[in-house]
Design a protein around this ligand. Structure first.
Ligand SMILES: *[C@@H]1O[C@H](CO)[C@@H](O)[C@H](O)[C@H]1NC(C)=O
Ligand SMILES: *[C@@H]1O[C@H](CO)[C@@H](O)[C@H](O)[C@H]1NC(C)=O
Ligand SMILES: *[C@@H]1O[C@H](CO)[C@@H](O)[C@H](O)[C@H]1NC(C)=O
Ligand SMILES: *[C@@H]1O[C@H](CO)[C@@H](O)[C@H](O)[C@H]1NC(C)=O
Ligand SMILES: *[C@@H]1O[C@H](CO)[C@@H](O)[C@H](O)[C@H]1NC(C)=O
Ligand SMILES: *[C@@H]1O[C@H](CO)[C@@H](O)[C@H](O)[C@H]1NC(C)=O
Length: 252
């Protein structure tokens, strides 16, 4: 089911509002830097073995089976997140002769760093579960992501993008920002989820954070579920918002 523009507009207004006025709820949630979380895990000996940074990097999906995104050489995982939102497209008319054109995206980012450090192999299944949660749970900027029977993950920030501008990640809870440039793009694996709107999954990306980014050097978008445009504009409105989820990982 696609979000109506009224719904998306409304949630976008909430996003803009909350953006200027950080909610006490969100501000009070202490989000974990991967290094800090690791210290906690090591001290508490929650697991009898410790994942190394390289093991975590190796476990994060970077390959679609035939192509692989470049590894984050010399960098450490800082934040592992799940993003949920919309990819926006426009149609010049509603015929099959017109093809949707990408105009931007908007997503809320949830912090799963601690979970990833405990069990990096499970991210894929978490993202998949989150991707298939009801449409009404997308772009809820003011509440955590509750994955039934798995855990509750706080908002850490948001992602926004306009096709003619810079992909931006604002991790406002931890005061980090990334203004990005695409470096590598590979198709989502053929076995990827079709997404809630049934259109298939957007590509996997490696993005370089550029000045004036703060505390982030590289961003990955992987394990995508949904977000592709419909194949043509047949029967579509002028503005289309397609629901999607993805794992976004931040390195520095
Ligand atoms: C976690 O800490 C251990 C022990 O200090 C270290 O060997 C390991 O590389 C660290 N892992 C990460 C992900 O930082
Ligand atoms: C719809 O747009 C397409 C692509 O620009 C064009 O080829 C086609 O003639 C248009 N159809 C109508 C009915 O306007
Ligand atoms: C996405 O589309 C919705 C309307 O459907 C709009 O409110 C939002 O601003 C758009 N965002 C971007 C980045 O295009
Ligand atoms: C992994 O995630 C799935 C679905 O999100 C969940 O059912 C399962 O309990 C998780 N496993 C672990 C070990 O966290
Ligand atoms: C992986 O991505 C490449 C580049 O986009 C594409 O050519 C290839 O078909 C993809 N492989 C699979 C298995 O989807
Ligand atoms: C589509 O979105 C643009 C802005 O992105 C807006 O100017 C236009 O009014 C929208 N059209 C409709 C039919 O909602």
């Amino acid at each position: 089911m696609m979000l109506s523009s009224v719904q998306v507009f409304f949630t976008a207004v909430i996003v803009m509002f909350s953006f200027t006025q950080a909610s006490p709820l969100v501000s009070s949630i202490h989000s974990r830097d991967a290094d800090a979380a690791n210290d906690t895990l090591a001290t508490a000996s929650i697991k009898t073995f410790a994942y190394t940074k390289q093991a975590i990097i190796n476990t994060l999906a970077l390959s679609n089976g035939t192509s692989t995104l470049p590894e984050p050489t010399g960098l450490s995982l800082k934040y592992a997140t799940i993003g949920r939102g919309v990819q926006n497209y426009t149609c010049v008319n509603s015929t099959a002769q017109a093809i949707p054109v990408a105009i931007g995206a908007l997503a809320v980012l949830y912090d799963i760093t601690a979970q990833v450090l405990l069990d990096p192999a499970n991210i894929s299944s978490m993202v998949d579960t989150a991707a298939n949660m009801p449409a009404s749970t997308f772009i809820l900027r003011n509440m955590p992501l509750d994955i039934p029977a798995v855990g509750t993950y706080p908002v850490i920030g948001e992602h926004f993008f306009q096709a003619d501008a810079t992909p931006t990640f604002d991790l406002f809870v931890v005061g980090k920002r990334a203004f990005c440039k695409l470096t590598t793009k590979i198709n989502a694996p053929e076995t990827s989820s079709m997404g809630i709107d049934g259109t298939g999954s957007v590509a996997w990306l490696s993005l370089a954070a550029e000045a004036p980014s703060v505390g982030i050097a590289q961003v990955y978008r992987v394990l995508t579920a949904g977000g592709n445009a419909p194949p043509t504009c047949a029967g579509q409105a002028a503005n289309i918002s397609i629901l999607y989820s993805a794992a976004y990982h931040f390195y520095a």
